[in-house]
Design a protein around this ligand. Sequence first.
Ligand SMILES: Cc1ncc(COP(=O)(O)O)c(C=O)c1O
Length: 387
Amino acid sequence: MKTATQLVHSGRDPAAHHGMVNVPAYHGSTVLFDTLEAFEASQASPFTGVHYGRFGTPTHFAFEQAVARLENAYGAVSTCSGLAAIAAAVMSVAEAGAHLLVADSVYGPTRMLCNGLLKRLGVETEYFDPTISADQLQSLFRANTRALFVEPPGSLTFEISDVPAMAAVAHAHDAVVIADNTWATPLYYNAHGHGVDISVHAATKYMVGHSDALLGVVNCIDETTHERVKMAAVALGYCAGPDDVYLGLRGLRTLGQRLPVHQSNGLALANWLADQPQVARVIHPARLDHPQHALWQRDFTGATGLFSFVLQPVERSQLAAMLDGLAYYGMGASWGGYESLIIPANPARSRSATEWSTTGPMLRVHAGLEDIDDLIDDMAAGLARLD
Ligand SMILES: Cc1ncc(COP(=O)(O)O)c(C=O)c1O
């Protein structure tokens, strides 16, 4: 089955749901059993079948099955947010005394988890430059290194790591490779094919696609990994709400149609911005001037709609005039919905292994599904307000 067909058909079972095209949103905590034997059998294998709402319902299983299939994973675990998916992945390998290697470009709250909760539990995190070579990375591994965490590309700075080479080093040290694959989705980056053991997605973004649900999902390369991640998610009490997981599955159906538009709008906007005098630098992996463009070309099959650009130095009031007057770009956290967004980004604040400096303010854009001419006109008017 080709990807487009999978997106339409995976996880569906109309015969099991009175012919309904979509698996319904099962709302439920208690599940009733007719006999003592059936009840006890359900308790004996907690990760199989439907026996308590928190362990999953047919809606969860349908979403997980569809996402796992898209990324050729053994299985998936859904969670109540993207950050919960990250936490479940990391908690599946973390233990007191362990050492984690985490790319300096990771999503801010991933650092919060590592620097706060995990540190308190005796897990040490060491951040590394996401662009270093596998040879350089090698020297950072210790006997207690349990995981390598990468985000190819980081969702503010878009640096791309050489994941296959890094994964080979990690595996030689018996460390698990975790990737936050939210930017590319399984459609544009085959994480497991590049050496990743645990591929984390904030399904809140492109999978849901409409900015109206919080959802996470973790794809696992094999049964053991799947069991460990599921165990961590269950122990932490993570479970996606039935309506959110339903929206995630519904979003998947059109993912293959939406992503190419995000890609073409994003790239057209990035290319247009690169020619504007008010812009100092555009950071988009699919552009030839991106420092790791060759890696993007080698490992990815597409780009989505999220990228950054840096303005020439301006006053805060000028920046406010530019952003406040935009008609089509909303200012708000998150991305991956059908609508365009823009926010100021300050990665320098959270980095610790590397420095990030820009001449002027940095802005992160999510190119939505609007007409590209309208997006460019609106941005042009915004840049004109800087003058
Ligand atoms: C790269 C990345 N990973 C994970 C997340 C977390 O997703 P959620 O907001 O669903 O917790 C985000 C959210 O912005 C993100 O940008």
